[in-house]
Design a protein around this ligand. Structure first.
Ligand SMILES: C[S@@+](CC[C@H](N)C(=O)[O-])C[C@H]1O[C@@H](n2cnc3c(N)ncnc32)[C@H](O)[C@@H]1O
Ligand SMILES: [Zn+2]
Length: 297
């Protein structure tokens, strides 16, 4: 991580500006990169290169576990969701044109989708990236995959550690939306790109894997919430047809919210009994990619 690529971050304790000091090249082990505010709060980079911004109690939330994050990493590495990664990069592109634009990946997970954006725009555009997730297991992976981004363990529901109106684009892929916080962080004309599942998403395997369905009325509630700060500028529905082996079906189930209560071994056994261990299952992912622009304040 080099100093010029670091976005202007705010201290999660006092909201003063944070100043970045790179790791000592002579001895990064004892002098890691650090962020420090004028009030003396400071954050040393963890060995894997990320910062922990969690302060106080935060949201009561069960963060994704290490096995859930590993399942996500393995599934995304299979390339089946690559069309979604391309679509997200296409959607944020119009906001990443000026100077050294700043993108925020809210709920970055393993950093897979941000990687696609970085590959497309950095370093030619001088793109700066901030990736946030509440799971330290996820952020460890993200920091490894996207070392040129600033990766922080932090809670989306706490004040975002960036100054008002300084972010060019925010991407939220299957992650929570702090609508008011995002509206405050985005510059006028900035873009918020949100990926959500449509009702038929992974329908072929939902029952067999115990995946959680979309709560009735959830979309309407979210649309109402979004409407307080944003208007919709574009909606793209993307369907991806896949043929998945049992291990990939298990990864898909395990990487989502159902992973908190699924027994991986029992699930693998059940799936193998259903399709035979060498068999494949046709599965369709149904995504919606919605682009929002902030309403004038
Ligand atoms: C379904 S995963 C999606 C991850 C990634 N965007 C992807 O699609 O690969 C949701 C992510 O949101 C994170 N998350 C959930 N609540 C959060 C919160 N309050 N603040 C920050 N991250 C949160 C989880 O830890 C998890 O990594
Ligand atoms: Zn501070």
């Amino acid at each position: 991580m080099s100093a010029p690529s670091v976005p202007d971050l705010l201290c999660p304790h006092c909201h003063e500006a944070l100043h970045f000091t790179p790791a000592s090249s002579a001895d990064p082990g004892t002098a890691p990169a650090s962020l420090r505010c004028s009030k003396g709060h400071h954050f040393d980079a963890a060995r894997q290169g990320y910062f922990n911004f969690l302060v106080g109690k935060g949201t009561v939330f069960e963060a994704d576990s290490a096995p859930m994050v590993a399942a996500r990493y393995d599934f995304l590495a299979s390339g089946h969701y690559d069309p979604l990664a391309d679509a997200v990069a296409d959607a944020v592109a119009p906001a990443l044109t000026a100077g050294s634009p700043l993108i925020l990946d809210a709920g970055t997970g393993t950093g897979h989708y941000l990687r696609r954006v970085l590959d497309r725009f950095a370093p030619a555009a001088g793109l700066r990236a901030l990736a946030m997730d509440i799971s330290k297991f996820a952020v460890r992976r993200a920091a490894r995959l996207n070392p040129e981004a600033v990766n922080v363990v932090s809670d989306i529901w706490q004040p975002l550690p960036v100054a008002d109106g300084t972010v060019d684009a925010i991407m939220v892929v299957f992650a929570p939306r702090n609508v008011a916080g995002f509206a405050r962080a985005l510059r006028p004309g900035g873009l918020l790109v949100v990926v959500t599942p449509r009702p038929g998403h992974l329908a072929e395997i939902a029952a067999a894997t115990g995946m959680l369905g979309i709560e009735p009325g959830k979309e309407e509630r979210l649309a109402t919430q979004m409407g307080t700060h944003f208007r919709t500028s574009h909606v793209q529905d993307l369907d991806v047809a896949m043929e998945l082996g049992t291990a990939q079906v298990a990864d898909l189930a395990f990487m989502g919210p159902a992973g908190h209560h699924l027994d991986r071994a029992a699930l693998a056994e059940k799936l193998a009994a259903r399709t035979g261990s060498a068999g494949t299952t046709p599965v369709t992912a149904q995504f919606r990619i919605t682009t929002f622009v902030p309403l004038p304040a």
